[in-house]
Ligand binder design. Sequence first.
Ligand code: HEC
Ligand code: HEC
Length: 395
Amino acid sequence: MHRRRCLGSVGLSVLTTMLLGSFWGCQESKSPKKPSPPTTKQSTEPKSVEAPTEEKTEPKPEVKPEPKPEAKPEPKPESQAATPASEVKVPLGLPPLPTAADNPMTAEKIELGKLLYFDARVSKDGKISCATCHDPKMAWAEHTPASKGFGGHVGQRNSPTVINAAYATSQFWDGRAKTLEEQSVGPVGNPIEMGHSMAAVVEQFNKIPEYQTRFQKVFGTGVTEEGFAKAVAAFERTVLSGNSPYDKFKAGDEKALTDAQKKGMDLFMEDCNTCHKAPLFSNYLFYSAGVGMKKEKPDEGRKVVTGKDRDRGKFRAPPLREVANTAPYFHDGSAATLEDAVALMMAGGADDPDVSPMLKGLREEKFAPEDRKNVVEFLKALSGEYPIIEPPKLP
Ligand code: HEC
Ligand code: HEC
């Protein structure tokens, strides 16, 4: 069981320096590059709304029991197999980094995860890596409505960003994976994504001497599915975005936001923050916005996981950090621009009877075009600094 635990947010460490090298040096330079002191300060929203949450009408999501990759005992305690890197730099504005108790972050493990993340040999045709659909240069997402995977198969869903996925209490639009460990082996065997099988990848990678050595060093075993999952997850937990104009404003820099952004922020905190809850801009719960429900075969979203009719068309409220850089929007990529996505949300969702009451409530508000513009401007202030990692030299 991956118990969540927090690594304090402490200063720049061995980890970042050693491994990610230019990790903080090669980030987006939309905002000044001055390294700002990491902080654990709790943000208090200017207009914090204690609006009734959807949880009342919609009981806590249940997650189908799924096979746990961590069920097998570790052959050798990892702490003896690798150098611990107990400090990860968490950028300004983000909470302490949650991590899995049985998957400690170590410099070697993160480096291994990075190699696997960029290695296209995990796909059957050797052409698709995790980075194909979650491209660091596209804010760790992809600018197409639905991803083209193995053999040109197009999936149904828009590729979400990996940024800040470390904080999510479930993974995927429908929350069907609990942890990043569980999530990371999914795409490999998916016929639409990578068209391969983990067994084949394990066999193939065991023949690559450098992977052999690296897995031995980190896990004390050859290449295994469990090790793959853990290394990739550890790497993903380093992909964070914070230190945005919004965070600087919260930290006391009044000038970090424009007037339009401040107006947009007030409106957002009033009407959007319940689901897109700061500081990660999601509460990670499931709601229907009615998106795509008029299609001939609508994506049933959360219902596929729980089997419950009341979950039909519900999707996890997407976290909105870096949202200005992750077009197109919604689970089906049906909104091409941020303006379109915001317009639909502020109109109280699409025309569908199952839309969440909290979104429907917005229909009464009759927002002016100016309001929509201000909210879009505010969302742009959630673009901060995130690592853009170049594809490494593979073993
Ligand atoms: C062909 C494109 C494609 C490839 C390759 C791919 N993904 Fe994804 N990824 C997606 C799509 C699409 C989703 C959303 C699927 C869903 O919600 O059902 C997703 C979801 C995720 C999520 C969940 C994020 C969230 O916010 O819920 C993570 C994390 C992730 N992928 C990591 C990876 C890793 C690691 C790999 C490589 C082992 C990988 N992906 C390979 C397309 C891809
Ligand atoms: C009841 C909860 C809820 C409220 C309130 C809400 N949203 Fe959403 N939001 C969602 C869900 C769920 C989705 C994903 C819908 C889908 O893909 O089917 C979403 C999607 C979005 C997206 C697209 C993000 C992406 O990565 O695809 C944006 C932008 C957005 N909302 C902004 C807003 C704004 C602005 C407000 C306030 C006016 C707001 N939302 C209010 C639940 C909510």
